[in-house]
Design a binder for this molecule. Sequence first.
Ligand code: ZN
Ligand code: ZN
Length: 152
Amino acid sequence: MATVLNDVDEQLAGALRAQGLRVTSQRLVIHRLLREHGGHVTAEEVMGAVEPGLPGTSLPTVYATLELFEELGIVRRVHPGRGPVLFDSRLDEHPHVRCRHCGRVSDLEGSGALQSALRAAQDVAEGQGFTAERAEVVVSGVCADCRIAGAG
Ligand SMILES: [Zn+2]
Ligand SMILES: [Zn+2]
């Protein structure tokens, strides 16, 4: 792969170099995909999207890369309750909805009060001497599409 880095790549390259880590084409391609996708993806979905351009990429490598990105603060991990772990390129605390029928996970829009509550919960935890790392809300149920289709 020609290593002409665009702005998105440079952000990753900077974060990697700051940790003394190598800038590899695999890391660059996965990072680009996350930024372009902009939603919630599973490691399997990332794998499926990058594999054609990076033959020989394995799922453990994709997982390791996503975990590295999490450590670098580039993605957040979302635990939707059931189903595979998702990686979210939106970095602020925000609540999610998960459809138990189709498994789709989306951001819960217009949820400023909830976001404040998530931050407040962490502040309270900190006040009790707890080192808060994250607070999560996942509302599960049946999405509008599935309900219309008669599911649930
Ligand atoms: Zn659904
Ligand atoms: Zn999200």
